[in-house]
Write a protein that binds this ligand. Structure first.
Ligand SMILES: [Zn+2]
Length: 244
């Protein structure tokens, strides 16, 4: 679904676990112009074919997987990055530069630990190697800085969780930091409630029209409109902060 001219949203429609994906279309120079945020899983615990569903939805918007030049993971949990490698392999079908994968520098140690943990627990690792690391600050992408994002280091759900802020359209992609009427869990290894609270407070100071979260809740996925966004922060402060 196209939310804005260059921004498509793929809200996970299935019953099992998977993340929402977001795609900035036609922003990079060269022959792989798309940037995908959080590809999600290939197959989830209910055997739903998450990646196939994402690719079909992209196809309906006229977007091809081999045109993805950059994958950004908001954090290293498998439900956000398991499909990374499958996508990179798909991209190899088309000649040209490799598709790159990026995540925050503070997530790297955690990614490695998670990889071992998942392999032990589930017998399946999340095998991918990032090509570069993101840091707090401006991330200008494309010709003549077509897409100007700000990388915000917002730890708490995991050590190197990021949110991506697009000031031009007042869009905030929050990964698992903040949802519609909820917050990311902090009980997994690497979680920290106090840090999450601080991260959410920081996000609440931004001028936001759209919040694009990593998962949907009973209230929905995308929070649209400045008033609703403000109400959401207020309700999180009231209902979740005492628990964090
Ligand atoms: Zn997560």
């Amino acid at each position: 679904m196209r939310l804005l001219e260059n921004l498509c949203c793929y809200i996970w429609p299935g019953r099992g676990n998977n993340c929402n994906s977001y795609l900035f279309a036609h922003v990079l120079r060269g022959d792989r112009p798309h940037v995908l945020i959080d590809p999600g899983q290939t197959v989830n615990e209910l055997n739903e074919r998450c990646l196939d569903q994402l690719l079909s939805a992209m196809g309906r918007d006229g977007l091809k997987p081999e045109d993805i030049g950059l994958i950004i993971n908001t954090h290293a949990h498998p439900d956000h990055c398991q499909a990374n490698q499958a996508l990179v392999e798909m991209c190899k079908a088309k000649a040209g530069n490799q598709t790159l994968i990026a995540l925050h520098e503070d997530e790297e140690g955690y990614r490695r630990a998670m990889m071992e943990y998942m392999t032990k627990m589930l017998g399946q690792g999340v095998a991918f190697e990032p090509n570069f690391y993101l840091k707090e600050g401006d991330l200008s992408l494309g010709k003549e800085s077509k897409l100007n994002l700000q990388v915000l280091h917002t730890p708490g759900h995991s050590p190197g969780s990021i949110s991506l802020y697009w000031p031009d359209n007042r869009v905030l992609i929050t990964g698992d930091v903040l949802f519609y009427g909820g917050v990311g869990r902090t009980d997994l290894p690497g979680g920290d409630g106090k840090l999450l609270k601080r991260s959410i407070e920081r996000l609440s100071g931004l001028d936001i029209e759209y919040v694009l979260p990593g998962h949907s809740t009973q209230f929905g996925a995308i929070i649209k409109g400045q008033d609703k966004v403000k109400q959401n922060f207020a309700s999180i402060r009231l209902n979740y902060f005492p628990l964090l």
